[in-house]
Design a protein around this ligand. Structure first.
Ligand code: ZN
Length: 88
């Protein structure tokens, strides 16, 4: 009797751990992305790296968005404004 109960608990534990490991692996595959700029792993969905990457397939991390993508977007706006001024 104690042996069968022990086996039952052990097999249930294994099943729970297996399920947990599977769901964690599944979540990692779904959510972990690589930053298209610095190659750091991204938690969650990441950000649109436009104009420093392809907005259709690339994602970037928080750091690159703050330090590279937003300044690049500002610069692009400035250039567009400057071009309009030159054109008159
Ligand atoms: Zn990055």
């Amino acid at each position: 009797m104690p042996v069968s109960v022990g086996l039952l608990i052990r097999s249930e534990t294994t099943t729970v751990f297996d399920l947990l490991r599977q769901s964690m692996g599944h979540r990692r595959r779904l959510e972990m992305t690589e930053c298209s700029i610095c190659s750091a792993p991204i938690e969650g969905q990441g950000h649109d790296p436009d104009p420093l990457g392809d907005p259709k397939k690339d994602r970037c991390c928080d750091w690159c968005r703050e330090h590279l993508v937003i300044p690049a977007q500002e610069r692009r706006k400035e250039v567009a404004r400057w071009k309009e001024e030159v054109r008159g």
